[in-house]
Design a protein around this ligand. Structure first.
Ligand SMILES: *Cc1c(COP(=O)(O)O)cnc(C)c1O
Length: 498
């Protein structure tokens, strides 16, 4: 059969978009790769983030380019106008929100995936096998049974939404996909703590239940869901005729990294016959660290888990993931017959179940490849060590905050997130966060805890080291001093002269 494959040299098809001169393209492409590698290797030499000058914003605002521009020129624009003004999460000083740092390996894998230009919606090809292998690894890691299923998605927002949809179909039966959620659906209620991520209530909205159908349960002093309050709310809802169908527990809340008591929630869900979903966006991968894994006990009993490889997993954006215990229920929520998607026993149209049966997307990219490269090249143990180290750095920051009279710790440090503030009012702290970000020294974010503005440092990036923690602290105290003239809000020991 192979002699039937045309044996032509590298060629240029007239009218195609391929380079007219491959060697010229190759030279430029190698330079791009070199400079992209330099960008990561020398990241410390740059500010974490910098404000975008108006000229730069203006420079990219042009009409639709009807005519061709040289690749070299487009690349120059990228280098001057785009690359220097990225979010900064590659930089070790980036501690804002929960952003992963990415790796050089992930970057190269992403390039290889782009070269294959594979569509992972379905059909029979190795890229899908790579995705299935990662599903299998995750199934083993989280102790899910044979028959579990999983799929890459953009991020945990999407994975949480899909979990709501799977739980919905599971509660109402597959006919609800045809008739809509109807009167029965209007009685379904879901539960999550007040510290749960906002995408969960948005998922309830998008799934057609409305955000009121999500009961927000109080948290204890450690920001974990109050399980007895959860139990009471479920009972109260049943009492008046509602049908509790879903509890979403958090494995790592976005504000302070709290992990709900997953065992207790699992027990309750089992007793009540309720779908038990875990939002493990960043926290679930702590299971890779033997030291942290016990915190996640009970996650193996979940009906579904949402997680992101692009956060603690250090895989470049985007790489969200949904794992479902009962693969058949997962399929029932999304699979759809369509003649143009018919499955065959052999040939390219073989290989069902296809990923498009497991989510809303038909065309899908090869997110699995950068994840496969990351897991294989570093090894799961090493990633677990990186995760544990970011928790150790968070504890270091906590210790330093507690030792500094001008700073105040605002929440217990559970995992990798430290919330603190300069001893001054909310307005000054808000300015300090912007000052530090604009200085390019570090990039913390902020949140509100018990009504007080907090400077939030989430240590996620594998490059972050103690020196970066020190730089953050020095910047916060310096800008705090500048903004307050050194006057601090509450009684504290005399300040050391700076
Ligand atoms: C980041 C995060 C999300 C949202 O995930 P995306 O990948 O940004 O869509 C949801 N829940 C928690 C706890 C998160 O940290």
């Amino acid at each position: 059969m192979n002699e039937m494959i045309r044996n032509t040299q590298t060629s240029v098809t007239k009218g195609s978009l391929d380079p007219q001169d491959w060697s010229e393209f190759r030279t430029l492409a190698h330079r791009m790769l070199d400079e992209a590698i330099d960008g990561i290797a020398n990241v410390r030499a740059r500010p974490v983030w910098q404000p975008i000058p108006n000229e730069v914003r203006a420079a990219v605002r042009t009409g639709l380019p009807r005519a061709a521009t040289d690749l070299a020129e487009v690349y120059r624009e990228f280098s001057e106008h785009v690359a220097p003004y990225a979010t900064g999460n590659v930089h070790p000083g980036f501690m804002g929100w929960v952003h992963g740092g990415g790796t050089a390996v992930g970057m190269v894998a992403e390039m290889l995936a782009a070269g294959l230009n594979a569509n992972l919606g379905g059909r029979d090809h190795m890229p899908i096998e790579v995705e299935r292998q990662i599903v299998e690894w995750m199934r083993g890691l989280f102790g899910f049974p044979q028959g579990a299923s999983g799929i890459f998605v953009t991020g945990t927002s999407m994975a949480n939404l899909m979990a709501v949809l799977v739980a919905r179909t599971s509660a109402l039966g597959a006919l609800a996909r045809q008739h809509g959620i109807g009167n029965d659906g209007a009685l379904l209620t879901a539960y999550a703590s007040k510290a749960a991520h906002g995408c969960i209530s948005r998922a309830m909205d998008i799934a057609g239940f409305g955000t009121d159908a999500l009961r927000r349960i109080n948290v204890d002093c450690d920001h974990r869901i109050d399980v007895s309050a959860l139990r009471a709310q479920i009972a109260a809802d049943r009492e008046v005729g509602f049908k509790p169908f879903l509890v979403t527990a958090s494995a790592g809340t976005v504000d302070i990294g709290a992990i709900d008591d997953l065992k207790a929630v699992a027990d309750l869900c089992r007793e009540e016959g309720i779908w038990f979903h875990v939002d493990g966006a960043f926290g679930a991968l702590a299971i890779l660290s033997p030291e942290l894994a016990p915190l996640l006990e009970g996650i193996e009993r979940a009906d579904s888990i949402a997680l992101d490889f692009h956060k603690w997993g250090q895989v470049p954006y985007d790489a969200g993931f949904l794992l479902v215990r009962d693969g058949e229920r997962h399929r029932q929520a999304f699979a759809q017959p369509a003649a143009y998607l018919s499955r065959e026993a052999r040939g390219l149209a073989a290989g069902a179940v296809w990923p498009c049966d497991l989510g809303p997307d038909l065309s899908r990219g090869f997110r699995a490849l950068k994840t496969w490269f990351t897991l294989k090249t570093f090894g799961a143990d090493r990633l677990g060590e990186v995760i544990a180290r970011s928790c150790a750095l968070a504890r270091y920051l906590e210790t330093r905050v507690l030792a500094e009279p001008r700073l105040e710790l605002l929440a217990p440090v559970n995992l990798n997130i430290v919330c603190f503030r300069y001893r001054a009012d909310d307005a000054i702290n808000r300015e300090i966060v912007a000052d530090v970000q604009e200085s390019g020294i570090a990039a913390p974010s902020s949140t509100t805890l018990d009504g007080r503005f907090a400077i939030r440092a989430a240590i996620v990036n594998h490059r972050t080291a103690e020196t970066d923690i020190e730089a953050l602290l020095a910047a916060v105290t310096r800008f705090g001093m500048q903004r307050t003239g050194g006057v601090i809000e509450v009684e504290a020991p005399p300040l050391a002269t700076q």
